[in-house]
Design a protein around this ligand. Structure first.
Ligand SMILES: [Zn+2]
Length: 167
């Protein structure tokens, strides 16, 4: 238990240090909206539908600061949907306390719910996690999670909407 926890904390510290300020999306957001005139209507739609923080993360691959999101310490039972399109992405039963300050899951709700893509930004090799329906950026997956999967889906709270399970 100790080993992956410490690795997760270390990864979180590095990630936080490297990605601070990842949500300064105002300028690029305006540029993207202008580009939308040239045939990217989806971006205008995204712009209207999402909060600035959600837009930054889902569309500009930003990272929220650790321990600031609304879901990292959420222990209630329910499902986590994509803040962009509403697809069910994760379930509370697969969520665990990673110590990183981001909601962490050992698996997605369904394998088909997420896509992955190599991410070499920040000078490191990571695996990006995206919503399979709308392509929104969710976070990254690391191979230092708990058994049985050994995976840690490290997801931004702002990319998720929590839906509490009924009584
Ligand atoms: Zn989505």
């Amino acid at each position: 238990m100790w080993r992956w926890t410490m690795e997760a904390v270390f990864t979180a510290a590095v990630t936080a240090a490297l990605s601070a300020g990842g949500c300064d999306g105002v300028k690029s957001r305006q540029e993207e909206t202008r580009m939308a005139d040239g045939g990217k209507p989806m971006d205008v739609e995204w712009d209207k539908r999402l909060t600035p923080e959600q837009y930054c993360i889902l569309r500009e691959k930003g990272t929220e600061k650790a321990f600031t999101g609304k879901h990292w310490d959420n222990h209630r039972k329910g499902t986590y949907r994509c803040a962009g399109c509403g697809q069910v992405l994760f379930r509370s039963g697969d969520k665990y306390d990673s110590g990183t300050g981001w909601p962490s899951y050992m698996r997605p709700a369904e394998d088909a719910a997420v896509d992955t893509s190599p991410d070499d930004s920040l000078g490191r090799q990571r695996t990006e996690v995206l919503c399979s329906r709308c392509g929104g950026h969710l976070g990254h997956v690391f191979e230092d999670g708990p058994e049985p999967t050994g995976l840690r889906y490290c997801i931004n709270s702002a990319a998720l909407e929590f839906e509490e399970a009924g009584e």
